[in-house]
Design a protein. Structure first.
Length: 332
C-alpha cells in the first residue's frame, strides 16, 4: 500500500519508528487529534498539515531500517535528574548522493512555539528534500519543558548534539565543524540565537557555514514580536524579565555581528510571526556587511514547511544553491 493511502496513526504505530513516533509533534498527543485516523492523502487534501508527509515518512523509515538513526542526547541519569531532557534527541537522515560527504551537513531545528517540536512537518519532509539535494541532515528534538531559562537549555541541547556529531563524524560521513543551521519559527529563533555570544562562541564551536531561518522570530520588541508579552513566559524562556532579555543577546537584531551568510524565507501573509522579524534581521545583517538573501512569498502563511504545493515550493534548493555560491565566491 502506498504511504499516501495509510493513516497517520497507522504509520506512527509502526514498530520501526517507535523511538521517535511519540515526538512526531513533541508534547502533542496526536492520538487525540482528528488527523490520527486520516490518510496522508486526506491530510494533504484537507490542508491539515503542510509539507510532503509521504516523503518525510519514506525517508524516516529508510533511516530507521539502517538500525542506526536515533541518538538520545542525555544519559538516563541526566534525564532522571532533569526530566525535561528525556526524549531530547538527534535523528540522522543520510543522503544517498556520494557528494554529500563533501558538503556541510544541515542541522535542522523544527519550530513549535517553544512548547512543541513539529518534526512531522518541519523536520522529516524538509530533511527528505535536503537529502535529495545532496546533503546529510541531522534533526534536533530539543527541550520544551521547564519553568526557567529554557533558551539557555536549548543552547546546551545544540552543544550536546554537536559534541555527539563530533564523536561520530566518521560514521556520519561529515566534518563536525562544517555545517549549516536551518530552523523554523521558534526553531528559527534558536538558530539565530546560536549565532550570538550565547551560542557557538560560548561553546567554542565553529561558526556555521550559513544559516537558513524560516519565518523566524528575531526580536522581543512588543510591537513586532509574536504573541502578547507575559511575565511568566519571559521567565520560562529567558530566565529574566522581557525588559532584561531585550537588553541582552536574546534581542537578535542588536547582536547580528556573529552571523554567517543568511538566507531568510517567509510568506507575506504570515499571521503568527510578523514578517518584520525577517525584514529587520536582513537590515541588521546588511549593516554588518553579512551576505543575506531575503525571500518573501506572497502567500503560504505560517508553517509552510518544505513549501510543497505552494509558491514557496523549492525554497530548500534556492537556499542551498545560494549558500554554495557564497562559499565559492560567486553571486546569485
Amino acid at each position: 500500500m502506498k504511504l499516501e493511502n495509510q493513516t497517520l496513526g497507522g504509520l506512527l504505530s509502526d514498530p520501526r519508528i517507535a523511538l521517535i513516533a511519540p515526538d512526531a509533534i513533541r508534547r502533542l498527543d496526536l492520538k487525540a487529534e482528528p488527523a490520527w485516523n486520516k490518510t496522508l492523502a486526506e491530510i494533504r487534501d484537507e490542508h491539515i498539515f503542510s509539507g510532503d508527509l509521504c516523503a518525510g515518512f519514506a525517508h524516516l523509515f529508510r533511516a530507521a531500517e539502517t538500525g542506526d538513526w536515533y541518538y538520545p542526547l542525555y544519559t538516563e541519569a541526566e534525564c532522571a535528574q532533569s526530566p525535561a531532557k528525556k526524549g531530547t534527541n538527534l535523528l540522522w537522515f543520510p543522503s544517498d548522493d556520494p557528494k554529500a560527504n563533501d558538503q556541510p551537513y544541515i542541522f535542522l531545528v523544527p519550530g513549535g512555539g517553544f512548547v512543541n517540536v513539529w518534526s512531522l512537518t518541519e523536520g522529516w519532509p524538509v530533511a527528505a528534500q535536503f537529502n535529495r539535494l545532496g546533503y546529510h541532515v541531522m534533526i534536533l528534538t530539543y527541550q520544551v519543558d521547564g519553568e526557567f531559562g529554557l533558551l539557555e537549555k536549548n543552547m546546551e541541547d545544540f552543544a550536546r548534539a554537536f559534541r555527539l556529531i563530533r564523536e561520530n563524524e566518521d560514521h556520519f560521513h561529515v566534518h563536525a565543524g562544517r555545517y549549516i543551521t536551518c530552523g523554523f519559527s521558534a526553531g528559527g529563533y534558536l538558530v539565530c540565537l546560536w549565532n550570538t555570544k550565547k551560542g557557538y562562541p560560548a561553546f567554542h564551536w565553529p561558526k556555521p557555514q550559513a544559516v537558513f531561518p524560516i519565518y523566524p522570530v528575531t526580536t522581543l520588541c512588543q510591537d513586532i514580536r509574536y504573541g502578547s508579552p507575559d511575565p511568566e513566559d519571559a521567565l520560562r524562556l529567558y530566565g529574566c524579565s522581557l525588559e532584561e532579555a531585550r537588553k541582552s543577546d536574546y534581542e537578535i537584531l542588536d547582536h547580528a555581528e556573529g552571523f554567517p551568510p543568511c538566507a531568510l524565507f517567509l510568506a507575506a501573509d504570515d499571521g503568527l510571526v510578523n514578517p518584520d522579524n525577517s525584514r529587520l534581521l536582513a537590515e541588521a545583517l546588511k549593516e554588518h556587511s553579512i551576505p543575506c538573501r531575503l525571500e518573501i512569498g506572497p502567500y503560504g502563511g505560517h508553517g509552510f514547511a518544505d513549501g510543497t504545493g505552494m509558491c514557496m515550493a523549492g525554497w530548500t534548493e534556492r537556499a542551498v544553491r545560494w549558500a554554495e555560491a557564497q562559499e565559492s565566491g560567486q553571486s546569485v
